[in-house]
Structures are given as C-alpha cells and as structure tokens.
Design a protein around this ligand. Structure first.
Ligand SMILES: NCc1[nH]cc(CCC(=O)O)c1CC(=O)O
Length: 343
C-alpha cells in the first residue's frame, strides 16, 4: 500500500493585533510569499498582556514577556508557526523550545520627535521650559533629562495611533512625543516627525527598528524559510546589542541605549564573511545624573563573535558603574510595586 500523499504544509504567521503589528506581519508575509510562491502562508492576530494593561507605567511591568507570552503559547501549541515581532519587544532570553529564525533588514533605528499639531516648534531645543514630553520609555526619559533638564517627561501609553491622538488632543498635557522612527514610518506617519534624535543625543533601544520571526526550535521547515528573510548585517548588529542587554540583566524597560555600526564588510561566495562591528552602549540613571558609556570595535566573522563583543561591552559598562544604576532602578520598581499593590 502506498502511503497517502500528505497535504503540503501551510504556515500561519501571528502577531499582536495592533495596527503596527499587523502591518509588520503582512510585510513578513509578503516577503515569504515572494520567496516561496508555491507555499501557502496565513496570518493570525491576538491581544497580549501588554496591550491589555494600558494604565501602569511600562517600567513597573518590566522584566516580563508582556508582548510575546500569549503568542509563544500559541506557537508551542502549534496553532501558529511563526511569530512576527518588533525585535526590541522580544525578551533577551526566549522560552525553551523557541528561537529567533529570522531578523529582517533594519529600518532607521533612531527615535523621533513629534510635536503637537499647530505648535511652531520642530526641535527639543526650542520647546519652552516646563513643556511636557510624552514617552513610556525610561531609556528616553533618562537620557533626555540629562541633556534637557528643564523639560518634563510624562508617561504615555497605548498603541501608536492612540498616542498620537493623545498628543493632538486640544486639552491634552503633551507638547511633543518621542517615538521610534521605524514604527511611525511603517504606519505611514513619517510625515508627523519634526526631528530625528539619534546618537549622541539619544541612544536608541536595543534592536529598535528590526523585525524578527520567532519559530519553534524543532521546526526545520520554518527555519529554512526564515533563512531567506534574514539580513546578515542586521543580524550581527542585533545579536551584539541583545547580548549586551542580556548581560546587563535588562528587559525592554531599562535605560540602556545603543548605537551600532557594521562597516568594512567583506563578502564571499556564500555571503557576508566579516565586518568591522562598532557598538556603543550606555546606561543612564533615572534622574539623568549618572551616565555610563563606552564603545568597542572589533572585526567579527559570525554570530558568536558579535555576541562576545556585546558581552564584553556589558562587562566594561558594569565595571564603570552601570550595575549600580540598574540595581537602583530595580529597587525603585520593587518599592513602587509594593506601594501600588494596596490600591
Ligand atoms: N514597545 C513599543 C514599540 N515596539 C516597537 C516599536 C517601534 C518599531 C520598532 O522599533 O521596530 C514601538 C513603538 C515605539 O517605541 O515608539
């Protein structure tokens, strides 16, 4: 008896249900479909804990896989096959049985300033003393407080469209917001940007601007498909950045900023052979007073070497006092958790 010919497998891509997440998922979907025209790909969208808890400051919720956990459960249960994430929202340690299959070419990773509709300002320097700048990121607040001590910073939550609506609300408190450029551009809101805030003013988040696909570690077929999507330069840069963050024991909600360059790239017949990897990392105290920063540069030939450079930078930063900044933040977070638990 000949065995029944099995149906060709189809792959379901899943992400959060926010508009940005859906756009990102369709980007990955279309790239896969173009690379593998005879394979069938579908999509599925879900709400995560991070979407539901919109009231608490993000850094108080820190350390948890807020944006990824429910998705990873579905992945492990095999109800979906590939998770599409903003890599910066993906914890540096993945659950057993899950791995990053692809990292796509990075958009510009900088943060951007968006000034409230109708106001005559374009740059942070121009904002009147006491202006309220909205962001939910301790990294942005810490670094900007240091350089702009006369501005005030206020938490703003919700997906990008919600935040932009809060900014432009006539009676709202915000003069401007700081948002990742990549998200705004992907949403088609790049024209709202009044200025880019790159290094050395504002060091961006680890992996900001890069999309990643998470798969089951035992899914050989999905891994093969993912290979076609990975951008080797972005992969090396993001692995170094994630290794730095992992060694600093930070989640997505710590004041760790980076700026990474890969230059002098050597290519061979089977792709990227090596590149000169330069990574700057910084850790800034919440009040902006303490700031530790360093840069390392090395030629790297593979992921392991990129990871080692990230770890080495973390150790250098810890030697210079980054550890005590992060400990203080963890203590502050624990204290606030106690204070809010009674409410
Ligand atoms: N946590 C929110 C989040 N996650 C990824 C992006 C932007 C897109 C990206 O960095 O790839 C954003 C919005 C923001 O920080 O402004």
């Amino acid at each position: 008896m000949t065995p029944a010919k099995s149906e060709p497998r189809s792959f379901v891509l899943a992400s959060r249900a926010s508009q940005l997440a859906q756009i990102q998922t369709y980007l990955v979907h279309d790239a896969l479909q173009a690379a593998f025209p005879s394979t069938s790909f579908g999509t599925s969208f879900m709400t995560t804990e991070g979407d539901k808890n919109q009231s608490q400051a993000l850094y108080l919720l820190g350390g948890k896989a807020l944006w990824t956990k429910e998705l990873e459960v579905a992945l492990k249960e095999k109800s979906v096959d590939m998770l599409v994430h903003s890599l910066k929202d993906v914890p540096t340690v993945l659950p057993d049985g899950c791995e990053i299959g692809a990292i796509l070419k990075r958009e510009d990773p900088v943060d951007s300033l968006v000034v409230k509709e109708g106001l005559p300002y374009k740059y942070l320097e121009e904002l009147p003393d006491g202006s309220v700048v909205g962001t939910s990121s301790v990294r942005r607040v810490s670094q900007l407080r240091r350089l702009f001590p006369k501005l005030r910073f206020l938490d703003v939550r919700g997906n990008l469209n919600t935040r932009l609506a809060k900014l432009d609300a006539p009676d709202g408190p915000f003069t401007a917001l700081i948002l990742a450029k990549a998200g705004l551009v992907r949403l088609g809101k790049g024209d709202h940007i009044t200025d880019d805030l790159g290094a050395p003013v504002l060091y961006h988040a680890v992996s900001q601007g890069a999309l990643a696909v998470e798969i089951r570690s035992d899914d050989v077929e999905a891994r093969e498909l993912c290979k076609a999507l990975t951008h080797p330069e972005t992969w090396l840069k993001c692995l170094a950045e994630r290794a730095l963050l992992r060694r600093l024991e930070g989640g997505c909600s710590v004041p760790v900023g980076v700026d990474t360059k890969l230059t002098d790239v050597e290519r061979g017949a089977d792709g990227l052979q090596s590149g000169l990897l330069q990574i700057t990392g910084c850790v800034t105290a919440l009040d902006g007073l303490l700031h530790v920063q360093d840069t390392l540069t090395e030629r790297v030939h593979n992921a392991d070497e990129a990871v080692k450079l990230g770890v080495k930078l973390a150790i250098t930063l810890i030697e210079q006092g980054a550890g005590s900044i992060l400990e203080e933040i963890n203590a502050d977070r624990a204290q606030r958790a106690i204070e809010t638990s009674g409410k």
